[in-house]
Design a protein around this ligand. Structure first.
Ligand code: ASP
Length: 339
């Protein structure tokens, strides 16, 4: 009998309304009571509830490490993992876990819902049951999914390619820079060409994250003083969200500030404010100077992947050169190199 490990962290899926009508997290029994079918599945379920269960806006790197540790501790005896999680920061958690769990050969599926399990029109039941089905699917004894994914509204996405784009629709997630991995209708149709297949035999569990990461989201008219304050803050790296295909102002004073920060050992990672497409350094004059001063190319990475990849690399490497080298490489299917 297959064994699926469920990690319950909280989120809307298991929430109830308190006396003021505000949604607050509730325990896993509520989910079980509302989905009697859970006792009819033909695989064994082991449930681990986090304490406390949380709205995912309270997620932390420390909890990511606990989740990764739980998966590692139960990896050999389980066939797949399902993490029930609030949708708000689900893409950050999925991205972080993809970096912490190297060489996965079993599915780690995150899911949740937009409406609580107790509501008539809830999307929770469908999401949970489809995620379970995917977490337990094997072909010839080998897991079909061997990576960290998000299952929402009948679509399976690569975790480190997704982001929450809609807080009002059941279709909460998208991954415009990477194809959907599977779609559930009457049958679950896998997009086999898009799936990660790990050749690595062993799971390598990484247990450090360094969150000294900052963000510089550019806008026309941003003051140099503001930019300088961000660049000089106590971080090892900065995700710089640029215009279009990786463009910025060509103001020499701005470029001088970036260069000064890089010379002092800061890593500046260029990702685009656009949700679709990639950074293409040198395509326009407005990105040419960035390459020359040593800004790193984030290609088509999501913001969530960029942040968590830097935390992971900084946890792994004490030296900035290694972080700068690896951040531009595709290490878990999180980016596509286009040059
Ligand atoms: N605020 C909730 C959370 O992220 C939203 C959700 O679960 O969809 O925990």
């Amino acid at each position: 009998m297959k064994n699926i490990f469920i990690i319950y962290t909280g989120g809307t899926i298991g929430m109830v309304q308190d006396e003021n009508g505000t949604f607050v997290p509730f325990d896993f029994d509520l989910i079980q009571k509302n989905i009697p079918d859970l006792s009819r599945v033909d695989y064994q379920l082991t449930v681990h509830s986090f304490e406390p269960i949380i709205d995912s806006s309270n997620m932390t790197p420390a909890i990511w490490l606990q989740m990764a540790q739980l998966i590692r501790d139960n990896y050999d005896r389980c066939d797949g993992f399902l993490i029930l999680h609030g949708s708000d920061t689900m893409a950050f958690t999925a991205s972080a876990l993809s970096f912490l769990l190297e060489g996965l050969q079993k599915p780690v599926i995150l899911s949740g819902s937009q409406l609580p399990i107790g509501e008539f029109r809830t999307d929770a039941r469908e999401n949970l049951m489809t995620a379970l089905e995917i977490a337990s699917t094997k072909h010839n004894g080998v897991s079909v999914i061997q990576e960290v994914c998000i299952l929402f509204d009948n679509k399976l996405f690569r975790g480190n390619r997704s982001f929450k784009y809609n807080s009002a629709k059941f279709e909460a997630f998208r991954s415009p820079n990477y194809p959907v991995l599977a779609e559930a209708g009457i049958h679950i149709k896998y997009n086999f060409d898009a799936l990660l297949n790990n050749q690595q035999e062993e799971l390598v569990f990484h247990d450090k994250l360094d969150n000294r990461v900052g963000v510089l989201r550019l806008f026309p008219g941003m003051r140099l003083e503001t930019i300088q304050a961000i660049l000089e803050s106590d971080v090892r790296s900065i995700v710089m969200e640029t215009f279009g295909s990786g463009n910025t102002t060509t103001d020499p004073n701005f470029l001088a500030l970036l260069k000064q920060a890089i010379d002092k050992g800061k890593i500046i990672l260029n990702i685009s404010q656009c949700k679709v497409g990639s950074v293409e350094l040198g395509r326009y004059e407005t990105s040419q100077g960035l390459k020359a001063i040593g800004v790193c190319n984030g290609y088509d990475m999501t913001f969530e992947a960029a942040i968590t990849k830097l935390m992971y690399l900084q946890g792994e490497f004490g030296d900035q050169d290694s972080v700068a080298f690896w951040v531009e490489k595709d290490i878990r299917g999180e980016l596509t190199i286009n040059d």
